[in-house]
Design a protein around this ligand. Structure first.
Ligand code: PMP
Length: 422
């Protein structure tokens, strides 16, 4: 393997290399990346939380403060006193762990409350809760789609969806391309028992949105189920924070809604919302639900976070003030932020080496971001990915914009002509 052009994916399976050899070879690759300052995973152990962090990052001159743009705690609920109190209350009432999987005694009153509450939040009646958002997708799809069936995926769906489709047939279409989707639907019509289109509401790398009404129309025309993972839209989009599906007025129409408690809901866990029969099928047949311990009592914080979306709507408003201010600032610098229409804001740089240099310079300027490269995005599509929170202050955002201004000049970052593209 040529280390210079390699990616982590190339080490997933090396022909002829036994496990120990593969691990040793991968360790060599990690050392190479470190020596080139190209190891960009954010594994530094953080000792704080929120929009500004005190971190001690090796090579960055000791402990200092960074504006953090890596958290999906969009409304800032992880730091909300009432959310924290609800988690503590859960622990005081029930202890620290649920102690078993759901079918053998690990299903508690707070799990039941959570399932009812999240379903009701989306104006529906039935939900199942999983221990992560990742499992909500992977476990439910593994249970629902088998080898006679077909999953039709937008190419940019989350990794958990791909994993969930490993026991069924998969066709994927170019991101948000309705013609490509329709071609698959026509071709698949009578050839598979169950067909399901699976999309994200907000896409996690570009922050752009699915054309939900058109996709639902196609699903109806071709007798196909629709599942929407709105992990990044919930709390951010929609008049009352119910996400992209609310924005389109389709909460009753989408067959299956999935999502996570790890972003706006400020905890961990995931959910699937569907008809009573489908939820029962998952409860009794989805193996990761049946044979894995349930969420700990601290998840009672999620009950409070759900209430707060309605009780403190000004948080969503503040988040949008931040999104609009920050996007306008980056555009004024001529930087390419793509088609984002959410709290995820990429600055698209393209070349991975230039991207890594920009991320390193941002760190030096006290700005903590995620450099994203292949295979999370295609090879020439590297970007700096940022998530905004309602609790970022104007001063913090200005610090980030100033850093980008400086770095864009020093590195001659690619410019987007917004006048022309309009
Ligand atoms: N879906 C999407 C679109 C995501 O971006 C993520 C995680 N970032 C997940 C699902 C998985 O959620 P979790 O991290 O809560 O497991």
């Amino acid at each position: 393997i040529n280390f210079k052009s390699a990616s982590f994916k190339d080490f997933e399976n090396i022909p002829g290399a036994e496990l120990g050899e593969r691990a040793a070879y991968f360790a060599e690759y990690l050392n190479y990346l470190k020596s080139e300052s190209r190891l960009n995973y954010r594994f530094e152990a953080k000792t704080g939380c929120g929009p500004e962090l005190e971190l001690n990052i090796p090579g960055q001159g000791g402990r200092r403060s960074y504006v953090s743009l890596v958290s999906n705690d969009y409304l800032g609920f992880t730091q909300h006193p009432e959310v924290i109190a609800a988690a503590i209350d859960g622990i005081l009432q029930f202890g620290t762990g649920a102690g078993a999987s759901p079918a053998i005694g690990g299903h508690y009153s707070f799990h039941e409350q959570l399932e009812k509450k999240i379903a009701r939040f989306f104006k529906r009646s039935d939900a199942i809760v999983y221990t992560t958002g990742y499992t909500a997708n992977s476990a439910s799809l593994l249970c629902l789609l088998k080898k006679e069936d077909l999953a039709i995926l937008d190419m940019a769906v989350h990794a958990s969806v791909y994993e969930g489709c490993s026991a069924t047939n998969v066709k994927s279409f170019l991101h948000n391309n309705l013609d490509a989707l329709e071609r698959i639907l026509i071709d698949a019509q009578r050839r598979y028992r169950t067909r399901m289109v699976i999309i994200d509401g907000v896409y996690s790398q570009d922050g752009d949105l699915a054309p939900l009404d058109s996709i639902l129309r196609l699903c109806r025309a071709y007798g196909t189920y629709l599942m929407v993972d709105d992990a990044h839209g919930t709390g951010v989009l929609g008049q009352t924070g119910r996400g992209l599906i609310e924005q389109y007025g389709l909460l009753q129409e989408v067959d299956i809604i999935s999502g996570t408690f790890s972003k706006t809901f400020a905890h961990i866990g995931g959910y699937v919302i569907a008809s009573r029969d489908i939820i029962d099928l998952l409860k009794y047949q989805s193996r990761q639900h049946l044979f894995s311990a349930t969420l700990s009592p601290a998840c009672m914080s999620i009950l409070k976070a759900i209430d707060l979306i309605d009780e403190e709507p000004d948080r969503q408003e503040k988040l949008w003030e931040n999104i609009n201010y920050f996007s306008a600032g980056l555009k004024a610098l001529g930087l390419n932020i793509g088609n984002t229409a959410s709290a995820i804001i990429p600055v698209k740089i393209g070349d991975p080496v230039l991207n890594a240099a920009a991320a390193a310079m941002l760190l030096r300027a006290g700005v903590y971001t995620n450099p994203i490269m292949y295979p999370a995005v295609s090879r020439k599509d590297a970007r700096i990915r940022m998530s905004l929170m309602a609790t970022h202050t104007r001063t913090q955002l200005d610090r980030v914009l100033n850093a980008f201004d400086d770095i864009a000049k020093k590195l001659s970052l690619p410019k987007e002509n917004y006048e022309k593209s309009r």
